[in-house]
Design a protein around this ligand. Structure first.
Ligand code: APR
Ligand code: ZN
Length: 246
C-alpha cells in the first residue's frame, strides 16, 4: 500500500461530514471465515443450492444439514479481527457513521460497532416463513434438528437472505439513503458481484461520493468506481488508517 494513498484517504475521511463502511466477506477472512468465491471459497466446497429458497422449501431437512455446517459449525467459533475492531474504533472516534455489511456473521456488532445495517440479514436469528415468528439462535435449536417454530411447528429458516429472496426492506431503504448522504464510502473486502448489494457503491459514485477501497486484489470497483485504492489485507490497512487518523 502506497503511503501517499493512505494519506489521501485520511484527508478525505477527516474532511467528510459522513463516512460509511461497506463490507463483504473479505473483512471476515482473517477471522477464519472463508470467502464465497474463489478457489478456497465456500461455493467451491458446498452446493449453493442449499441457499436457494425453493430448494430449501422443498427439502428443508437436507438444506439445513448443509447450512448448519457452513454457517453454524464453522462460523460460531469465529471472533472479530483487527479490521472489525478498527471500524468500531473509527466510529467511536467520530470518523465513521455506520457500517453496511453483506456479511451475516455478526462480527461487526461483536467488535463493538453500534450502527450496523445487515443488508443480507443475520445468521444469529431464525425466522418462521409460515407465521413470521423470529428468534435468536440458541443451543436448544440443535437439540431437535432442524429447529422448529414454537408457535406453529414449521421448520425455521435462518433469517438471512437466500437466493430468490429480496433484501429486507428497511435495510435496503437505509442503505440507499446513504448513497445520497455519506460523502465517503469505505468499501472493504467485496468483489462487487452480487446484486443488488454490489450496486450501492455504484450509486454513491454516481451521486458524486468518494469511494475508498480496501482489498487484497482488484475487484469490480477498482478500475472504474474506486477513487482511492488501498491494496492490502483489511486488518493491516484499516489499522494503518486508524493510526493515521489519531
Ligand atoms: N482483506 C481484504 N480483502 C480480502 C481479504 C482480506 N484479508 N481476503 C479476501 N478479500 C477480498 C477478495 O479479494 C474478494 O474481493 O474479499 C472479497 C471477497 O469476495 P466474495 O467472496 O465474493 O464475497 P462478497 O463480495 O462479500 O460476496 C457478496 O455473495 O453469495 C454471496 O450473499 C453472499 O454476501 C455475499 C455476497
Ligand atoms: Zn411459525
Amino acid at each position: 500500500m502506497h503511503a501517499g494513498l493512505l494519506e489521501q484517504a485520511v484527508q478525505k475521511i477527516k474532511n467528510a461530514d459522513r463516512v460509511i463502511a461497506f463490507t463483504g466477506a473479505g473483512i471476515s477472512v482473517e477471522s477464519g471465515i472463508p470467502p464465497f468465491r474463489g478457489e478456497s471459497g465456500i461455493w467451491a466446497q458446498h452446493d449453493p443450492g442449499c441457499l436457494d429458497l425453493r430448494t430449501f422449501n422443498a427439502h428443508p431437512e437436507a438444506a439445513w444439514k448443509e447450512i448448519r455446517v457452513i454457517f453454524y459449525d464453522y462460523f460460531s467459533a469465529a471472533k472479530p479481527n483487527a479490521a472489525h475492531y478498527a471500524l468500531a474504533d473509527m466510529e467511536q472516534m467520530g470518523y465513521l457513521q455506520g457500517v453496511i455489511t453483506q456479511n451475516i456473521d455478526y462480527l461487526h456488532q461483536q467488535a463493538g460497532s453500534q450502527d450496523v445495517i445487515e443488508y443480507h440479514g443475520s445468521s444469529h436469528r431464525l425466522v418462521c416463513l409460515s407465521c413470521g415468528e423470529r428468534k435468536l439462535v440458541d443451543d436448544g435449536d440443535w437439540d431437535a434438528f432442524p429447529p422448529r417454530c414454537i408457535k406453529c411447528d414449521a421448520i425455521l429458516k435462518p433469517d438471512f437472505v437466500f437466493f430468490g429472496e429480496s433484501i429486507p426492506a428497511r435495510a435496503h431503504r437505509r442503505a440507499m439513503s446513504e448513497t445520497l448522504r455519506a460523502d465517503v464510502w469505505l468499501v472493504v473486502g467485496t468483489t462487487g458481484e452480487v446484486m443488488p448489494a454490489a450496486s450501492l457503491p455504484l450509486e454513491a459514485k454516481k451521486n458524486g461520493k468518494t469511494v475508498i477501497e480496501i482489498n487484497i486484489k482488484p475487484s469490480n470497483y477498482t478500475a472504474g468506481v474506486t477513487d482511492i485504492y488501498l491494496e492490502g489485507k483489511a486488518t493491516e490497512v484499516l489499522q494503518a488508517l486508524v493510526r493515521s487518523l489519531k
